[in-house]
Structure formats: structure tokens, C-alpha cells
Design a binder for this molecule. Structure first.
Ligand code: PHE
Length: 358
């Protein structure tokens, strides 16, 4: 029996040496995991030896038991040390491979361009605000009443046909049929009704007419301006439009020509032209004797003031309207109106504005 125990102890020593050697030479976590169950697992080498302990008795059992326990302890300790060592190595490797070189130049960022309409809307708003005009707004889906009747365009008047209006079929209320507003002038009525004179307002927004070619799109944008006061008249209109257009086109010498015209909502009415010349195939404003139509305007018709609940015996008003795309095209040389609404990135890259130039 004593001999057998000796043999067992010898085996234990061998086992210790082989376990420690295997642990020591293991070089990756996965292998170590396998090794762990091969040594310490349910059917592992050390577990097997422990099972054999049951067959021994008395002192021998105690002696060998202590030996195996210390073997198990040392192997477990070495195993854990190896685990931490390999985990650190793995982490180190990962950190090395995931290293970010922050000294590399950044990739250029595509921040997009500002649409010419946005740019021009901002320019126009800045100039009009400097005259004390505040922003006013109205809905895109209007009624016949606000789009025409309140603006002194009677039922069946040919002026209603002048704008090729889009009607929203089957929709109507006490203000008549619903339609997509054909101009921004209905905003005049809201501004008048919601405020008391003296007042100065402007609006910028989309309008709709059934038209489509290089110079007409079914949707475009207008700017509307009104000023109502006791002694306001055509001279104010002349000053505002002259100063506005000179500032907008950045040409001090720009000349304006007021041509008598007709709008049902203004009396008298005028269309305004600005002078230009073609130099080297380019349009230059403020020189030469050619004229280009740029806006409609007039003193507000008393019937329109009445629709806006304003006493026309006390107050007068002036109004003007521009096409926003037309202003943008003339200032920035944008050829075809349709490009504004086609959402083509190449168009925007050509005619758009960078953020820094804002
Ligand atoms: N609403 C007119 C149009 O669309 C423009 C205009 C506005 C004319 C204000 C006079 C005064 O043609």
C-alpha cells in the first residue's frame, strides 16, 4: 500500500509538471479555455486523480489528499495568472489594431449649398426690415374671397382668368371655392385685419398658376409689401422701390421706369422696369437704355382697404409685388426657371451658395 501511495505521489508530481508546462506554453485564450476543462473540468486530469482518492484510506488518503489539493491550488493559480496575461495581450493587440491616427487630415465634409431662393429671400427680408417692414403670412390654400373678391376682383371679372388658377375641386366654404393662391396679395387683407394702421408688412411665399415653360413654372414665389398710413402715396412707393432695387442689385446708378398698368387692387397701378445693357453677353444693370420689367405696384384701392377693415377716408396704402425667382435669376444669372424646383444636386452645386458666403 505504501508503495502505491509513493507511486501516486510521483504521478502527482508528474501531473503538476505537465500541467504547469501546458499552461505555461499556452498562447491563446481559446486554447487556455480548453486546457482548463481538460485539467480542472468535470472529467479533467486533476479531477480524475481526486476521484481516485476515494479508494485510499487513513494517513495515505490524508497525505495524498493534501498533495492533490496543493496541486489543484497551484494549477488554478497559474491558470488564473495565465488568463490575465493572455487577456492583457489580447487587449493590447486590439488597441494596437484599432489605433486612430488623429494626425491624419480629416475627410472633406459635404455641408451642402444654400438654395438661391433662400439666399435671395434673406437679402430681400433684410432690406425690407431695414425700412420697418415686418413679416406677415397667409395660407397657400386660399379661398376665392381672399384671393380675388377682397382684392377688388369682382365675380366673373376677366382678371380672375388672368391668373390661371388651380381650384381645389369640391372644397368650398362661406368664402367661396378653395384654390391655390395665385399671388401673395391675399396676405394684404390678413395684415390689415389683424393690425391697426400705421403699418408696414411684407410677405414671401409660394404662389401657383397653371403655366409651364422656361420662364413659367406652376409654382413660384412672390414678395408682397404693403404700407398703410395717413399720408402715404406714390412718392413713398417710388422711394422705397428705387432704394430697394439699388440695394438688392448693389448698383447705385440703377434707374427705374414706372409704366402705367392695371391691377384691380391698386389705383393707380404701375409696372416698374429697371435699366440694363448687355456687355460681353452678360446683363449689366444701371447702365444703358434697355428696360426690364421687375415688379407691379400701386396705391391700394379703397375697396381693398375696406375689405381689410381700414377707414379709407383716413388712411391710404401702397403695395408692391415681385417674383422672387426672377430677382434671383437676374442678380445671379440663373438661366432656366425650372431648375429652381428640380432638386438636382448639380444645379444646386452650380447656383447655390456656400455657407461661409452667407
Ligand atoms: N399680385 C400682383 C401679381 O401677382 C402683383 C402686385 C402686388 C401688384 C401688389 C400690385 C400690388 O401680379
Amino acid at each position: 500500500m505504501a508503495v502505491k501511495t509513493e507511486e501516486k505521489l510521483l504521478e502527482t508530481n508528474k501531473l503538476r509538471a505537465s500541467c504547469l508546462f501546458e499552461i505555461q506554453s499556452c498562447d491563446n485564450l481559446k486554447k487556455l479555455e480548453t486546457l482548463k476543462s481538460a485539467i480542472l473540468g468535470k472529467n479533467g486530469k486533476i479531477t480524475e486523480v481526486m476521484k481516485q482518492l476515494k479508494t485510499l484510506e487513513g494517513d495515505r488518503k490524508r497525505l495524498l489528499g493534501a498533495e492533490i489539493n496543493s496541486l489543484k491550488d497551484i494549477v488554478t493559480k497559474k491558470m488564473n495568472e495565465k488568463f490575465s496575461e493572455l487577456e492583457m495581450k489580447e487587449l493590447d493587440k486590439r488597441m494596437r489594431s484599432e489605433f486612430i491616427d488623429i494626425s491624419l487630415p480629416p475627410r472633406s465634409e459635404n455641408v451642402g449649398k444654400i438654395h438661391p431662393l433662400t439666399k435671395v429671400e434673406e437679402e430681400v427680408s433684410n432690406i425690407l426690415s431695414s425700412y420697418g417692414f415686418a413679416f406677415a403670412d397667409g395660407p397657400d390654400i386660399e379661398s376665392e374671397y381672399f384671393n380675388f373678391t377682397a382684392l377688388n376682383v369682382p365675380d366673373h371679372h376677366p382678371a380672375r382668368a388672368m391668373h390661371d388658377t388651380f381650384y381645389v375641386h369640391k372644397l368650398a366654404d362661406e368664402n367661396g371655392r378653395k384654390l391655390l393662391r395665385s399671388h401673395t396679395s391675399p396676405v394684404q387683407i390678413y395684415a390689415m385685419r389683424e393690425n391697426t394702421p400705421p403699418m408696414r408688412f411684407f410677405s414671401v411665399g409660394r404662389v401657383y398658376r397653371s403655366d409651364y415653360d422656361a420662364t413659367h413654372t406652376p409654382m413660384f414665389s412672390q414678395i408682397e409689401g404693403i404700407m398703410i398710413d395717413k399720408n402715404v402715396g406714390f412718392s413713398h412707393l417710388k422711394w422705397i422701390l428705387t432704394d430697394f432695387l439699388r440695394k438688392f442689385f448693389e448698383v447705385k446708378s440703377l434707374r427705374l421706369r414706372f409704366r402705367p398698368s392695371f391691377f384691380p387692387f391698386t389705383e393707380p397701378s404701375a409696372e416698374v422696369d429697371i435699366n440694363y445693357e448687355i456687355r460681353d453677353g452678360k446683363i449689366v444693370f444701371g447702365v444703358g437704355n434697355k428696360w426690364l420689367e421687375i415688379c407691379g405696384c400701386g396705391t391700394i384701392h379703397p375697396n381693398v382697404l375696406k375689405s381689410g377693415n381700414i377707414d379709407s377716408s383716413k388712411y391710404h396704402g401702397i403695395a408692391f409685388g415681385f417674383g422672387l425667382e426672377r430677382l434671383a435669376s437676374l442678380k445671379y444669372g440663373i438661366p432656366d426657371l425650372r431648375g429652381y424646383f428640380e432638386f438636382d444636386e448639380r444645379w444646386l452645386n452650380t447656383f447655390g451658395f456656400s455657407h461661409s458666403a452667407k
